[in-house]
Design a protein around this ligand. Structure first.
Ligand code: FEO
Length: 173
């Protein structure tokens, strides 16, 4: 059975994961109307879907442990970006915030001696390592590319391979 404190903290994470899904959905929609970045667009849509899955996993966990997952409303995300570089910088900052939030949940689980939740959260800890690493790789590449349009073309061509390679090297998702 979840403590009230743990339940409230997990519900807060439901909101954060759902908000993440909205944030990346907005990036996807913006990217979709930019010319020539179809795979980057697909990356954002896929990332948005994954965040929704992260949210649902927590919803089910709360409910299965005798709590109640309260579905929250979400804030309106940023809808347009000055450039692809800005969008990916924002994605990295967002993932760093999510990692901090997961770490706080782990702290609470330990303080509550809630080892089941602690165990459940390890998947998120690993996932955040993976997502931050991928976001950093893409940001590094974009920094090298700068304003070079052919570089952006190559990144768009390679981004889905980059995602596949990242999840292979970082272990199970
Ligand atoms: Fe589920 Fe990218 O945080």
């Amino acid at each position: 059975m979840l403590s009230k404190t743990m339940q409230a903290a997990l519900n807060e994470q439901v909101k954060i994961e759902g908000q993440s899904s909205q944030v990346y959905l907005a990036m996807a929609s913006w990217a979709e109307i930019q010319p020539g970045i179809d795979n980057i667009t697909a990356f954002f849509y896929r990332h948005s879907d994954e965040e929704r899955e992260h949210m649902l996993k927590i919803v089910h966990f709360i409910n299965e442990r005798g709590g109640f997952a309260a579905i929250p409303s979400f804030e309106k995300p940023q809808m347009t970006f000055p450039s692809i570089i800005h969008a990916f910088k924002s994605l990295l900052d967002h993932e760093i915030m999510v990692s901090e939030s997961i770490n706080k949940l782990v702290d609470i689980a330990l303080a509550e001696k809630d080892y089941a939740t602690h165990n459940f959260l390890q998947w998120y800890v690993a996932e955040q390592i993976e997502e931050e690493a991928l976001a950093r790789t893409i940001n590094d590449k974009l920094e090298l590319i700068g304003e070079d349009k052919s570089g952006l073309y190559l990144l768009d061509r390679d981004i889905l391979n980059l995602v596949a390679r990242n999840s292979n090297t970082m272990g199970p998702a």
